[in-house]
Ligand binder design. Structure first.
Ligand code: FE2
Length: 467
């Protein structure tokens, strides 16, 4: 509940939603002004004080994103801004935060999510003013901007530990991140010296919740250790812990970190949401790959098989970690561009004419168009785009030669050819694995990279029964 009459400016064009805001906010003891026109909203901001703005991004006149840009250039005090957007556009909301919004809620919102966003943002703003000193405010804003612009969780974890370590300068800083499956916090990053310090590797949620209940997000564990909860929109998303033997931490520092902890929590949550969106996008693409393959009985499970061969070759060549993962993903996605080519050409039962082959040759570039807007590793996209290049430079789409063709693409080329040769096709019988290998060997150095064909031979020699 708003204990004093904080004033909220709602910028929203839908009359039903305007009324909903009015009813909820007045019931929670806020003063409310509603506007649908951003220019009128700016007039209001110039002559009146507001504690918060709730901004709809899709407005009939100037849209919310342009309004945010315009606010940045005005010399008026702007309160925290919560943007309200449709569920499917988390990415847009993150852009809005980069343009100056402090937080976002997704439509349709629940009363709980709306009120928690409002209370959190007003509280942070009050805390920032309390610990003020313009320098402190500036550094919080700058740190926040820096964090918000990172949307990859692993990079964000590293940035968080670096930032707080440089800020607090403890002997040791620890960063724990919530594991959704177990509901516990696992140690993800450390920075500093850990000699003689006993710290847990896992912290239970119930332990962390103990002090969230009394409203604080910072607690002293003992004279040389304190902990900050990183709060997301609803739950605790991570924990920072600091140890310092030779100095204690003052209250101002704890206040500062409790504000900063909320900002970190929101940045982490945004990155997590983006990751989930990304994962569901990739799952949809995999589903499309299955649909593509289902169109043609002869290419059924082709990408699965290409992934199997490619990963086996990759391992034999010493690939691991991200590179092996990228190779596996690229194998699944490599022909996705065929979705952009007419069915009658894709599923043609006889040989292709020259014109038809020219059309088929466009599929790597269509793949690039489909995958480029996604946050997929550059190496993964390149592997897909160049899997029809030939080692002697006569392939497509660019006629790259030798090692100018990315390694993952050269591996895919071999795995793709092997999978095609050992599968039944309408215009020819499937080949035995021995004949297919012989064919690959004969084309090594021209169509394929010799080293990769050799690696495949070794894999097959060592595990014949598996392939
Ligand atoms: Fe292909």
């Amino acid at each position: 509940m708003g204990s004093k009459k904080n004033k909220i400016l709602v910028i929203e064009d839908n009359v039903a939603v305007q009324n909903l805001y009015r009813e909820i906010l007045v019931r929670h003891a806020y003063e409310v002004e509603v506007q649908q026109d951003t220019s009128f909203a700016i007039d209001l901001l110039k002559k009146d004080h507001f504690d918060l703005i709730i901004l709809d991004l899709q407005l009939p006149g100037e849209n919310g994103m342009i309004f945010l840009e315009r606010l940045k250039n005005l010399e008026i005090e702007v309160p925290p801004i919560i943007v309200c957007t449709g569920l499917a556009s988390v990415e847009i909301a993150v852009q809005a935060i980069k343009k100056g919004a402090s937080d976002f809620i997704t439509k349709p919102f629940t009363l709980e999510s709306l009120m928690s966003a409002i209370e959190r943002n007003i509280r942070i703003n009050e805390l920032v003013k309390k610990i003020s000193g313009i320098e402190v405010i500036r550094s919080i804003l700058e740190l926040n901007k820096k964090l918000i612009s990172i949307t990859d969780i692993e990079q964000l974890c590293t940035a968080v530990i670096d930032l707080v370590y440089n800020l607090v300068k403890p002997d040791l800083a620890l960063f724990y991140f919530m594991d959704d499956n177990t509901g516990r916090f696992f140690l993800r990053r450390t920075k500093g010296s850990s000699t003689d310090i006993n710290f847990p590797i896992v912290i239970s949620l119930s332990d962390a919740c103990l002090y969230k209940k009394d409203g604080s997000s910072c607690r002293r564990i003992d004279s040389c250790c304190f902990e900050v909860l990183l709060l997301g929109r609803k739950d605790i998303i991570g924990i920072l812990r600091f140890y310092s033997k030779n100095r204690s931490f003052d209250d101002k520092e704890l206040d500062f970190l409790s504000v900063f902890g909320t900002q970190i929590g929101i940045a982490l949550e945004n990155a997590k949401l983006l990751q989930q969106l990304q994962d569901s996008y990739i799952n949809s693409i995999r589903f499309l790959v299955n649909s593509l393959e289902a169109k043609d009985v002869y290419t059924k499970n082709h990408s699965e098989q290409v992934a199997y061969y490619a990963v086996a070759i990759g391992k034999a060549l010493g690939l691991d970690g991200d590179n092996l993962e990228s190779l596996r993903n690229a194998a699944y996605l490599h022909d996705i561009g065929k979705l952009g080519i007419k069915d009658e050409i894709i599923s043609k039962k006889t040989s292709l004419s020259c014109e038809e082959f020219e059309i088929i040759k466009k599929h790597p570039l269509i793949t690039k168009e489909i995958l480029s807007p996604l946050r997929i590793r550059k190496e993964e996209i390149e592997a897909c785009v160049y899997h029809h290049e030939r080692f002697d430079g006569t392939g497509y789409p660019e006629g790259l030669e030798g090692e100018k063709i990315p390694l993952l693409a050269r591996i895919l080329a071999v795995a793709d050819a092997l999978s095609a040769m050992v599968s039944e096709r309408p215009y020819r019988k499937k080949m035995t694995i021995e004949d297919a290998l012989q064919e690959l060997k004969e084309n090594a150095g021209q169509q394929f990279d010799e080293n990769i064909v050799r690696a495949l031979m070794n894999v097959i020699k060592n595990s014949k029964e598996k392939l």
